[in-house]
Design a binder for this molecule. Sequence first.
Ligand code: LCV
Length: 262
Amino acid sequence: MRGMGHVLTEHSNRIGTLTLNHHERRNALSAALVGDLLDGLHMMEQAKTRVVILRAAPGAKVWSAGHDINELPEGGRDPLGFADPLRTVIRRIEDFPAPVIAMVEGTVWGGACELAMSCDLVFTTPETTFAITPAKLSVPYNVSGLLTFLNRMPLSLLNEMAFSGEPIPATRAHALGAINHLVPAAELSAFTMAFALKVARNAPLSVTAMKRSVHILTAAKALPPITFEQIQGERRKVWDSRDYKEGIAAFKQRREPDYRGE
Ligand code: LCV
């Protein structure tokens, strides 16, 4: 087990494990934690890892609190731009040559929901909850992020989660096909490792080719430039708004936000 600041890495039997390990900030996806994740993934690609398991420390109540709100821009620019740490690590997981399994326990918030659902497989416990939170913070989620969710769950569930911002139980996400397996907490780690061993015994070139082909096919949504600009225009109205600044201020001041639609 190696410590990389906020992420622990382990590697055996061609299986790599990345453990989110920044409890004080509830594994918020800060630039520092994401940097450690990227370092771990780089090391695993060098080691020709055949499966990666992404998890939090055993017994963690919060798998990840999502984007580090303190690192969101104060306003006037895209809070989830291409170079944003969250966007960077999601692309890296999608591009990683081997399958990445999200082993999820506890509560999952905002961008961390996307991080989990950008993984190739999601194994959770029945008690796990997921909350898609942009509406709570007056953040305009970005196009590729919404596509990650749409590739994982039906529109009905995405609308319910995105508009309410409220946590939903993993049992509902599983019933609608967004989760691969619900496993009792005491068995989740062994179940995940047993599955990973099955994959690690298979032909890696075939697995990589299928992962990459499926990702290209699911990402292939023809978006004429004018359509993309139209969406960006809708998003710019949000990140330029008074409400956007209010959302971040309310979080920092630990109070309920007062949104006015302006
Ligand atoms: C920075 C944090 C965070 C945090 N950032 O512990 O998807 S989008 O568009 O919304 C995107 C922009 C996104 O992902 O936004 C983030 C969405 N996440 C959330 O809304 C969750 C915010 N966090 C919470 O609701 C609570 O922290 C939970 C329920 C996760 C855990 O509650 P708990 O009582 O166990 P604290 O709230 O006391 O948090 C411990 C420390 O971590 C900081 C938090 O400010 C606190 O710092 P201090 O000890 O300095 O007060 N923290 C938690 N989440 N996302 N910092």
